[in-house]
Design a binder for this molecule. Structure first.
Ligand code: M6R
Length: 358
């Protein structure tokens, strides 16, 4: 039930601190985590669709950073037909809320037929993917009713972070002490997500402006890039405003041609080692009259020195886990823009909750 909330989507956004914490607990427990031979892996393959694909893209940064494990990732509708050569006795991760998405399931079957051990990160434990995979890492988001995925996404991120940590530990790139510290770091994320909800009134006001736009561009660097794409997907799904997510470094390679006063630019930029680079891209946007929505933390806000339409300030956090908490403001932006426009956020036109035909 929706309880006091107007829509399932906002209820599910608010549930995130609780369900992310619930998801993390078993996956951070080495005893309970799926037993995988991380040491034997040369490369990891990930496939998924839509929002689950963006969770996989964030995970690529984590597996490469923490596990020094190369990752190949593709949307399942491409992967299933590419006849991709896969490493001998390799490991494949499929990510899916429903566990029924036709293309992802076909990707899983392809991987199994090609000798891969398949780990399914799924929310529905009785789903086809859960049944057909060799191993399951369940996300404990609970039933997700809103067609636009929110809590399933952050639970996927939490699970994948725990898996990357496990990989790093097993492969000898993360010491026991570092693993303990990183586990504590990620366990603080639910509290940070809760704090991020305080941005809601500011985002509600901003939504009135965004609702007038025909196009909105989202930018991010590093693991913030998939969060930019997720923000753009969320906005287009429920408000029908055209939106695209780009790697900030791609600005000059095309998207800068779109910048003018009518095209808001949302930039996802935690204060990390890439911050200055992203901000210099945003100075180019500002110089062309672009109106910027900067999503950052206090340090980022102090160092940005750019005029913005709005600066959304999140609490300070380890940049490694920032993608999980930074999902919250991009979800709220999409939600409030669509609600202000009077759209049916829980049942957007043309979309199905689970895409069981290709
Ligand atoms: O059930 P799945 O996670 O496999 O679904 C994948 C996509 O269909 C899904 O994430 C879709 O993109 C959502 N509508 C995103 O909000």
């Amino acid at each position: 039930e929706k309880g006091n909330h107007r829509h399932y989507m906002i209820k599910e956004i608010y549930e995130q601190p609780e369900v992310v914490a619930r998801t993390l607990a078993p996956h951070l427990d080495i005893e309970q985590a799926p037993a995988l031979d991380w040491k034997a892996q040369q490369r990891l393959t990930i496939t998924a669709c839509g929002t689950a694909f963006y969770a996989g893209l964030v995970a690529k940064y984590w597996f490469e950073r923490l596990g020094r494990l190369p990752v190949e990732i593709d949307v399942a509708s491409e992967f299933r037909y590419r006849e991709a050569p896969l490493p001998e006795k390799g490991l494949m991760i499929v990510v899916s809320q429903s566990g029924e998405t036709a293309d992802t399931l076909a990707g899983l079957r392809y991987a199994k037929a090609h000798g891969q051990t398949v780990l399914a990160v799924v929310n529905v434990p009785t789903s086809s993917m859960a049944r057909e995979a060799d191993l399951v890492a369940q996300t404990h988001a609970g039933p997700e009713i809103g067609v636009a995925s929110t809590k399933a996404f952050t639970c996927q991120l939490a699970t994948l972070f725990a898996l990357a940590l496990q990989a790093g530990r097993a492969r000898g790139h993360v010491s026991a002490q570092e693993a303990q510290a990183l586990a504590e770091t990620v366990q603080r994320v639910p509290g940070l997500m809760h704090e991020a909800m305080a941005l809601e009134p500011q985002i509600e006001a901003l939504a009135r402006d965004l609702a007038k736009a025909r196009d909105v561009l989202y930018f991010g660097r590093g693991a913030a890039f998939p969060i930019a794409m997720e923000g753009a997907l969320k906005l287009k799904e429920i408000s029908y405003i055209h939106a695209e997510g780009y790697a900030a470094g791609e600005l000059k390679h095309g998207p800068i041609a779109l910048i003018d006063e009518t095209t808001p630019v949302v930039v996802v930029a935690p204060y990390d080692h890439l911050f200055e680079k992203t901000i210099s891209n945003m100075q180019e946007v500002a110089a062309r009259g672009g109106r910027i929505v900067l999503i950052t933390d206090e340090e980022g806000a102090a160092h940005a020195h750019i005029d913005t339409l709005a600066t959304l300030v999140l609490p300070k956090m380890d940049p490694l886990v920032a993608p999980i908490a930074y999902a919250v403001p991009v979800q709220l932006i999409a939600y409030h823009t669509a609600v202000f426009m009077g759209k049916d956020v829980d049942q957007p036109r043309n979309l199905a909750k689970s895409v069981t035909v290709e």
